[in-house]
Design a binder for this molecule. Sequence first.
Ligand SMILES: Nc1ncnc2c1ncn2[C@@H]1O[C@H](COP(=O)(O)OP(=O)(O)OP(=O)(O)O)[C@@H](O)[C@H]1O
Ligand SMILES: [Mg+2]
Length: 329
Amino acid sequence: MLFLLRGRKLKFRGIANRFLDEEKKRRMRQKNPSKNVISLVNRIGPKESKASLTQHKPRTAPTRVIAITSGKGGVGKTNIVANLGYAFSNLGKSVFILDADLGLGNLDVLLGLAPKYNLSHVILGEKTLPEIVVEGPGKMKILPASSGVQELTHLTREQKIAILTALDELIDAADIFIIDTAAGISSNVMDFNVTAHEIVVVVSPEPTSITDAYALMKVLALKYFEKRCKVLVNLATTAQEGEDIFRQLNRVTDRFLNISIEYLGYVLFDEKVTKGVKHQRIISELYPDARASRCFADLAQRIANSPARHVPRGDTNFFWRHLVSNSLR
Ligand SMILES: Nc1ncnc2c1ncn2[C@@H]1O[C@H](COP(=O)(O)OP(=O)(O)OP(=O)(O)O)[C@@H](O)[C@H]1O
Ligand SMILES: [Mg+2]
């Protein structure tokens, strides 16, 4: 846990130790001391190679961590993540993207990248997180996931903690850190969602997508005590349709979940998105004036102008705070 003991990380030590004590006790109870979370954290955390990634212009605001998620699959999350990231970089923001679709990640394919290493190499202890970072359009930094590695969808608690802790170091290097999650309500997806400052639930006009978005927000609210979500309607035919879908969702979440959801906006259906996908280029780069590209630019501008959700850091860092509070529940 060396890097946690250094510099400003000293202030996180108390709470991290408390958590690790819990881990130790739990492991002793399970008589399985072989999976050592401390050595895992040390193994995959940023070491000397962190320096180049953290060399950015001084930032005035803390990093904003945004998870893009959905109940139903195929509603456009990965395209939204890539285009939104690109739009943020056009605004002069430094952007990091984590492909958290563990096991079926395809952000790298969408961006026409061919990374040699991905999260599976990190889990296997062959690479550290900073060593798998690749650069995408707009100088976005991408942490690619693997595809077809089923084991990654069943990470142990120790492995998740190790990844999230190491990510915490990288997060400081970005203005905006976007997480592209898998679809659904598995604990893998939820763990990434609850570690973000802002959760954006993507929904399409299909009724099944709307009911699945409701199911996702229900699990977030009731099981993870996460009561604030933003809704983004993708594949809308008009701006009015986006608003109507939000209103439908808002009515049921208000009535049955007692949570407040916020309308983030909409992205219009645009066949140029698919055209771009075929060329492994994002629409915002290939057709900056296309109607969907303008939606992405507007969204990025709106998010940048809106106040960041304040998450008190207290005496612990970002990921630890969530992990500790979840583990003690
Ligand atoms: N605004 C849009 N207009 C037209 N097509 C779109 C739009 N957004 C996404 N698509 C298309 O929808 C399909 C699914 O997109 P994408 O892979 O981004 O979804 P996803 O939610 O990440 O899927 P998964 O749940 O499998 O990760 C792609 O073929 C993409 O081209
Ligand atoms: Mg996806």
